[in-house]
Design a protein around this ligand. Structure first.
Ligand code: SAM
Length: 257
């Protein structure tokens, strides 16, 4: 997992602690709070630097946090210890495509994945089949997925004369990125792929108004424009309008009873 290993040390500085990250991640946390019952046992896919697992552990949940990148997991484990929640989080290096080996017969109250990790999974339908028996009936699934049709991205790259990047997310066989194949399912695609194991509930846009991270540096220097755009972003998010146009979208479903 060289692509992400090399990012582990700087990921928080470049995204988590950026102006964009500080607006978007708390919106996802609101959905976690709405979906997960108190003191749930949760499974995380693609935990990265552990920001979400630590947040949830501080609120009384227990998390099995998995990621394919040993460097990410190592960084996350150290961060959780430093935050004083190391005893509520178990970290495992485990690619989504071979999760069965680490999950055993344990049953979780919910599953989540943030900021595009599941876009790296080669087969979401197969993943749904692996997760289903390891979740309680009606257990919530909250996944933040990179979307397919992103006006911000199309405009950004077309203005720079880069047609290939502008439309990369529409490739049905996925787009190559640092040796990985990234898939960009729409909310409808995702609902279909997760059937019959999961019942789709709602999808909300994340980054439909605010720009993608590679186009967001200027937000650091423009607090008033950032506040104004963040308010619009939040309006769409709360009304669950325009999920298909977000750089990401929050996909909420339930394990079929
Ligand atoms: C964009 S980062 C998101 C990290 C974290 N969820 C967050 O919200 O900041 C994507 C994460 O997915 C992990 N990942 C990529 N492919 C994976 C796979 N096949 N199985 C498990 N994790 C994977 C990467 O190592 C990386 O930590």
């Amino acid at each position: 997992m060289a692509a992400f290993d090399s990012m582990a040390e700087r990921y928080d500085a470049e995204f988590t602690d950026s102006a964009l990250g500080r607006v978007l991640r708390p919106m996802v946390w609101e959905r976690f709070a709405a979906c997960f019952a108190p003191a749930s046992s949760l499974l995380e896919l693609g935990c990265g630097t552990g920001e979400d697992a630590i947040h949830l552990a501080k609120r009384g949940h227990h998390v099995l946090a998995t990621d394919a990148s040993p460097q990410m997991v190592d960084f996350a484990r150290r961060k959780a210890e430093a935050a004083g929640v190391g005893d509520r989080i178990r970290f495992r290096v485990a690619p989504m495509e071979s999760l069965s080996a680490v999950l055993g017969a344990e049953v979780f109250d919910g599953v989540y994945s943030n900021f595009g990790a599941v876009n790296c999974a080669p087969d979401l339908a197969a993943l749904a089949g692996v997760l289903s028996p390891r979740l309680a009936p009606n257990a919530p699934l909250v996944w933040v997925i990179m979307g397919r049709c992103v006006p911000w991205e199309i405009g950004w790259y077309l203005l720079r004369g880069d047609r290939r990047r502008a439309f990369r997310r529409f490739r049905r066989d996925g787009a190559e990125w640092r040796g990985l194949t990234i898939h960009y399912p729409s909310p409808d695609d995702c609902a279909r792929l997760l059937e019959p194991h999961f019942v789709f509930d709602v999808a909300r846009p994340l980054g439909a108004v605010l720009p993608p991270s590679y186009a967001a540096n200027w937000l650091e220097r423009a607090p008033r424009r950032r506040a104004w755009l963040s308010r619009l972003e939040r309006m769409l998010f709360e009304r669950a309008r325009g999920a298909g146009l977000g750089d990401h979208y929050v996909f909420e479903a339930r394990r079929a009873a």
